[in-house]
Design a protein around this ligand. Structure first.
Ligand SMILES: Cc1cc2nc3c(=O)[nH]c(=O)nc-3n(C[C@H](O)[C@H](O)[C@H](O)COP(=O)(O)OP(=O)(O)OC[C@H]3O[C@@H](n4cnc5c(N)ncnc54)[C@H](O)[C@@H]3O)c2cc1C
Length: 426
């Protein structure tokens, strides 16, 4: 039987980063026939599509420099974010709560009035309760509630107050009023950089540093024997490990190690159906926007984005995202229906016109996509991770750790773990 120090499940950005920083013998097992996980890129017919828009908003210089120093300068595009909300047929700036002055007069008055008459609390019960308490009825009901319901595909009272962490654009009354004259609100993603050949270019840098014989593609981890520290692969091979580094979704890991049915039932998340769409002409409406937020429940997608405006290309190349609850089964029939509906809604809003031809498209189901953060479940997951670590199992990455974070956050965590384990004496 083969022995390895680190058996890594998954060759997404987390697994590849861990392998880049660990000392000792590692083996990555990846079920797909290529590396990258959700950070893969499809290049077809002149279109460059990620698995939905995947943009790097670096907080640290380390990974930013790691990538940009190893890529030809002209392959990276730097953008100052241009995002809008499509609200009742008009564009208003994102975030909604700080741009209510761009609404029609009566709607603006409603939002402002409710903002000054909201009932703030010391402590909120859940995400929806927090939204009403901090922003007032009109801002919540015009944007925050419908948009987040479409995205998370769940009753927002089931989400934690801090469900979106640093990704939620908070703003108090003073900031909202100041922003009416002077746009000053900074967000975590005010600037972003993007490689011309898609997010996968960064994955390639991580992959190129590794020994290819230590990466098994087209191979699934099917069984884990925790007591004997042995995994069984889809090709029947058994491998003994010292440390198991998991990056597959935590719910899938729990199904494999068994006896966690109650927690599995409790763990909540959404799925996202993404359509990457390539047309023969530019959009007459969206000529500079990078992505749009769409709160209206009459429209099937909650967000859409424009690769052609990011890459400065001459044909509309875009993605749309549609949220589903965790138990939804997204069949081919549903995909076909949603494609029709998407094209209808794109036309209705003027993003495409009837003389524009859809040249190519690629649907992708992201399952899971957004983990629903809940304090009680999180406590149980924390205890579980502590127990697993006593058995040399570490579960990392956005889905392995069961959290809401960015690609860079996952890289930082993977590197830290590799360094921590490297310092341990066996
Ligand atoms: C709609 C959407 C948009 C996003 N946009 C951004 C963005 O703009 N910026 C950003 O920073 N982040 C974004 N993210 C988050 C980003 O996708 C993740 O943080 C990141 O890709 C997670 O990487 P990972 O390696 O942890 O997991 P994954 O990419 O999921 O990798 C896990 C790997 O494990 C493999 N695997 C699973 N089961 C097995 C098995 N049994 N055996 C072997 N292999 C297995 C999978 O095939 C996969 O390759 C977005 C996410 C979504 C859903």
């Amino acid at each position: 039987m083969k022995n390895v120090q680190y058996l890594i499940i998954g060759a997404g950005i987390s697994g590849l980063t861990f392998a880049n920083y660990c000392e000792g013998k590692y083996l990555i097992i990846e079920k797909e026939n290529e590396v990258g996980g959700y950070c893969r890129t499809i290049r077809r017919n002149g279109y460059v599509w990620d698995y939905s828009g995947h943009f790097f908003h670096f907080k640290t210089d380390e990974f930013k420099n790691k990538f940009i120093n190893e890529m030809p300068k002209d392959e990276i595009i730097y953008n100052e974010k241009c995002t809008k909300i499509l609200y009742k047929g008009k564009f208003i700036n994102f975030p909604f709560q700080t741009n209510i002055h761009q609404l029609a007069k009566q709607e603006f008055i409603d939002c402002l009035y409710d903002l000054f008459n909201k009932e703030e609390k010391e402590k909120y019960d859940n995400f929806l309760d927090m939204l009403y308490g901090k922003f007032g009825k009109s801002i919540v009901e015009k944007f925050l509630r419908p948009y987040n319901e479409k995205l998370y595909a769940i009753d927002l009272t089931k989400l934690d107050v801090d469900a979106m962490g640093r990704f939620f654009p908070y703003a108090d009354k003073e900031a909202i009023i100041k922003n009416m004259k002077n746009s000053q609100i900074n967000s975590y993603n005010a600037n972003f950089l993007y490689p011309k050949n898609g997010a996968e270019s960064f994955i390639k840098i991580l992959y190129d540093n590794l020994e290819k014989e230590n990466i098994l593609l087209n191979t699934t981890v099917e069984k884990i024997d925790i007591n004997n520290k042995i995994v069984t692969l889809s090709n029947g091979e058994k491998i003994k490990y010292i440390y198991l580094i998991n990056t597959m979704p935590l719910n899938k890991l729990l199904q494999m190690i068994k006896n966690h049915d109650e927690l599995l039932e409790e763990m909540s998340y959404n799925k996202v159906l993404v359509f990457n769409l390539g047309f023969d002409k530019k959009s007459p409406l969206c000529t500079k926007e990078h992505w749009l937020y769409i709160p209206s429940k009459k429209c099937n997608y909650y967000r859409c984005g424009f690769y052609d405006n990011i890459l400065n290309s001459d044909k509309l190349s875009m993605y749309v995202e549609i949220g589903y609850p965790k138990n939804a089964i997204i069949t081919q029939e549903i995909i076909n229906e949603q494609l029709k509906l998407t094209l209808y809604n794109l036309k209705k809003s003027g993003i495409i016109t009837k003389d524009m031809k859809l040249v190519d498209y690629a649907p992708i189901v992201m399952d899971p996509a957004y983990v629903h953060i809940n304090t009680e479940t999180n406590k149980k997951i924390y205890c579980l991770k502590t127990e697993l670590s006593k058995q040399n199992i570490y579960t990392i990455g956005r889905y392995g750790a069961w959290t809401y974070n960015s690609m860079e956050d996952s890289m930082v965590a993977a590197k830290e773990l590799a360094q921590k384990l490297g310092g341990e004496t066996l």
